[in-house]
Ligand binder design. Structure first.
Ligand SMILES: [Zn+2]
Length: 92
């Protein structure tokens, strides 16, 4: 790949983070400790990802309820998967 093309791709990707990135960055986002460019990328992702918008609103609800950020935010699908496994363990 030429350096020029690589540069163009990097530029395109700059506006793009994955759901996993977003989950890892959500604490910084909510604390306001995120840099401007990270915040922009975060918001671009939220703009097209319904799942992450739901996740963000859940996190905000959690903060309102317990008054602070949870030590380790756990995505729903991870929590559900753990609960599923836990039930299986109990059965076994
Ligand atoms: Zn997402």
């Amino acid at each position: 790949m030429s350096q020029d093309l690589k540069g163009q791709l990097m530029h395109l990707m700059a506006g793009n983070i994955t759901c996993q990135d977003l989950i890892e960055l959500i604490t910084e986002y909510l604390e306001g400790s995120m840099s401007f460019s990270e915040r922009v990328r975060f918001q671009i992702h939220l703009g097209f990802c319904q799942g992450c918008r739901n996740y963000l609103s859940q996190m905000k609800t959690t903060i309102r309820t317990i008054g602070k950020l949870p030590a380790e935010p756990i995505p729903d699908e991870v929590r559900d998967e753990l609960l599923k496994r836990f039930r299986t363990w109990k059965k076994g």
